[in-house]
Design a protein around this ligand. Structure first.
Ligand code: BES
Ligand code: MN
Ligand code: ZN
Length: 491
C-alpha cells in the first residue's frame, strides 16, 4: 500500500493529527515557530531540548503525549550533523517507520523551511520509512490489527511551491517501493514472467513501449551466453525492454540495464546451503531498473530512457551449463564457462550487446554481481566501474545526491590477463583476487563503443540486518542513483 500525501501551511500547533513528527538538527536551539505547540505541551518540548533529553542526534527520537488539544503526540526526531537534506530525509524515514509501528495510520511532519530538495527528501523518507512487506503474512485478527501508515501531511512554508517537490518525492518513493517489493518477493512468485508482467503494467500505466523476448527470441538473436544460464531452468527466460520517450524524437536514450536472476543457486558450481535463500535478491538490479522506470515516467522527465532487464534463474539439471562449456554471445565473442556461479555477467553480456542497438548516450547497469564487492566495500558503498571517466564521475555524483554512495574501482588493462582463456576469447572468472574488477572487465567486452558504467550492488541492494530506518531486506538501491543520473541528463 502506498502513502497518500498532502501539504498545508500554518502553525503546527493547530494540526489535528495523531502524530506530529518534528525534525530538529543536532544541538538544536528550540525553534520559535514551535512556541505555540510547546505551550500546548506545557513547555515539555523546549524543556526536553534544554535539558538535553533530546539532542537532535542522528536516529535519535523522543515521543511525547499531549496533555490536551492539538497534535495528540509529538515525535522529536534528530537530523544529526549530516547536511540538511540528508538529515531531513533520514529523520523523516525514522518518523515514517515509527508512525507505522505505532499504528496511528497517519502522520504530520514539520522541519524548519521545508522546501525544494528538503521537502522532496521528507516525502521520500516518510514513504519509505512506512514501507514494510506484509503481503505474505496472514493478517492478524481484526481486534489486534494496527493501522499501517497510509497518509502523511507535510507542513510547509508555501503550499504552491510544494507541488513540484512533492510530486518528485512521491515518484521516487513509489519507484523505490516497487523495487523493494519485487526484490522481497520470493523466487517462486517473482519469476522472470512476473518481472515481465510488472514491466507491462508500468508500460500500460505510463504509456511506455514494452517488448518481452522469451527463449525462442533469444535463440533467434543468438544470445548464446544468456541462454547458457537459462539452460538449467524450465522457466522461460525474459529479456525485457521498456522504452520511455520523454525527450526529443531521435535523441539518443540513456540505457539502464539490470541483472534479473530471480534465484541464483550457483548452478553446477553450486553455492553452500547456508544463506542461499538470499539469492532471491539476485534480481535487485532488474528491480532497480523497473523502479527507476516507474519513477522516471511519473516525473515525466524530458529525456529518452530505455530500461533493459535480463531475467532467468540459475539452476542445476541435466541440461544445465557446466564448467568447461564454451558459448558464443550475440556480439560474436566466445566465452569459456569455468564457473557456472559467475552467471550474471553471462546474462549481461547479451543484454549489454542488445543495448548497443539503441546507440545510447550512456549506459548504466546495476547487478548483484560479485561477493568480492561485499568483501572490498561492505554493505554501504556501491562498486562503480566504467569505460568513460566523465560518465563514471557523473554516476558517482548522482549516487551522492541520492544517498547511495559509490566508490570507483580501477579497470587497468593488466587485469585483463586474468580473464584470458585457452580455448575461447575469454573465460567467465578471473583468479582469486580482484573479483569485482575482473567481472567488470568481462562486461566491458560487451559495452565496447558506448559510454558505460557498471554498478555492483551485491553489498548494497539488500541488508541482512535491520538498518534502523528500514527492516532487513531490500534497500531500494540503485533506484535513486539511476533516477538522479537520468534527471541530470534531462532537458
Ligand atoms: N549473485 C552472485 C554474487 C553475490 C554474492 C551477490 C553475494 C550478493 C551477495 C553472483 O552470481 C556470484 O555468484 N558471483 C560469484 C562469482 C565467482 C564465481 C567468480 C561470487 O561472487 O562468488
Ligand atoms: Mn552466481
Ligand atoms: Zn548471481
Amino acid at each position: 500500500m502506498s502513502l497518500a500525501f498532502d501539504v498545508r501551511a500554518g502553525d503546527p500547533a493547530r494540526v489535528a493529527t495523531p502524530l506530529l513528527a518534528i525534525a530538529l538538527p543536532a544541538e538544536p536551539a528550540f525553534p520559535r515557530a514551535l512556541a505555540a505547540l510547546d505551550a500546548k505541551y506545557g513547555g515539555a518540548l523546549s524543556r526536553a531540548v534544554r535539558r538535553k533529553d533530546f539532542q537532535g542526534g542522528k536516529d535519535e527520537a523522543l515521543l511525547l503525549f499531549a496533555p490536551e488539544g492539538g497534535p495528540e503526540r509529538v515525535l522529536l526526531v534528530g537530523m544529526g550533523t549530516a547536511d540538511r537534506v540528508k538529515g531531513i530525509t533520514r529523520a523523516a524515514t525514522l518518523a515514517g517507520r515509527r508512525a507505522n509501528a505505532l499504528g496511528v495510520g497517519r502522520v504530520a511532519f514539520w522541519a524548519d523551511g521545508l522546501e525544494e530538495a528538503a521537502l522532496e527528501g521528507a516525502v521520500i523518507g516518510l514513504s519509505l520509512g512506512g514501507w514494510e512487506f506484509k503481503e505474505l503474512h496472514t493478517p492478524a485478527p481484526a481486534a489486534k490489527r494496527r493501522k499501517p501508515l497510509a497518509a502523511a501531511t507535510l507542513l510547509v512554508p508555501n503550499v504552491r511551491a510544494a507541488r513540484g517537490p512533492l510530486a518528485a518525492g512521491v515518484a521516487v518513493a513509489e519507484g523505490q517501493r516497487l523495487t523493494r517489493r519485487l526484490a522481497m518477493l520470493p523466487g517462486n512468485i517473482c519469476t522472470p514472467e512476473y518481472l515481465a508482467r510488472t514491466a507491462r503494467d508500468i508500460a500500460k500505466r505510463h504509456r511506455l513501449t514494452v517488448k518481452v523476448f522469451g527463449r525462442r527470441d533469444l535463440q533467434r538473436m543468438k544470445m548464446g551466453s544468456f541462454l547458457a544460464v537459462a539452460q538449467g531452468t524450465a522457466q522461460d527466460p525474459k529479456l525485457i525492454v521498456l522504452e520511455y520517450k520523454g525527450g526529443r524524437r531521435g535523441d539518443a536514450p540513456v540505457a539502464l540495464v539490470g541483472k534479473g536472476l530471480c534465484f541464483d543457486s550457483g548452478g553446477i558450481s553450486i553455492k553452500p546451503a547456508a544463506g542461499m535463500e538470499a539469492m532471491k535478491f539476485d534480481m535487485s538490479g532488474a528491480a532497480g531498473v523497473l523502479g527507476a522506470m516507474e519513477a522516471i515516467a511519473r516525473m515525466k522527465l524530458r529525456v529518452n530512457v530505455v530500461g533493459l532487464v535480463g531475467s532467468t534463474t540459475n539452476m542445476l539439471g541435466g541440461e544445465a551449463m557446466k564448467p568447461g562449456d564454451v558459448v558464443r554471445a550475440s556480439n560474436g565473442k566466445t566465452i569459456e564457462i569455468q564457473n557456472t556461479d559467475a552467471e550474471g555477467r553471462l546474462v549481461l553480456a547479451d543484454v549489454l550487446t542488445y543495448a548497443q542497438r539503441y546507440k545510447p548516450q550512456a549506459c548504466v547497469d546495476a547487478a548483484t554481481l560479485t561477493g568480492a564487492c561485499v568483501v572490498a566495500l561492505g554493505n554501504t558503498t556501491v562498486g562503480v566501474l566504467g569505460n568513460d571517466q566523465a560518465v563514471v564521475d557523473e554516476v558517482l555524483a548522482a549516487g551522492r545526491r541520492g544517498g547511495e554512495v559509490g566508490w570507483q574501482l580501477p579497470m587497468f588493462d593488466e587485469y585483463k590477463e586474468l580473464i584470458k582463456s585457452d580455448v575461447a576469447d575469454m573465460r567467465n572468472i578471473g583468479g582469486r583476487g580482484a573479483g569485482t574488477i575482473t567481472a567488470a572487465l568481462f562486461l566491458a567486452e560487451f559495452a565496447e563503443g558506448m559510454p558505460w558504467v557498471h554498478l555492483d550492488v551485491a553489498g548494497t541492494a539488500y541488508s541482512e540486518t535491520d538498518l534502523v530506518v528500514m527492516p532487513k531486506g531490500p534497500t531500494g538501491t540503485p533506484v535513486r542513483t539511476f533516477v538522479e543520473f537520468v534527471r541530470g541528463r534531462a532537458r
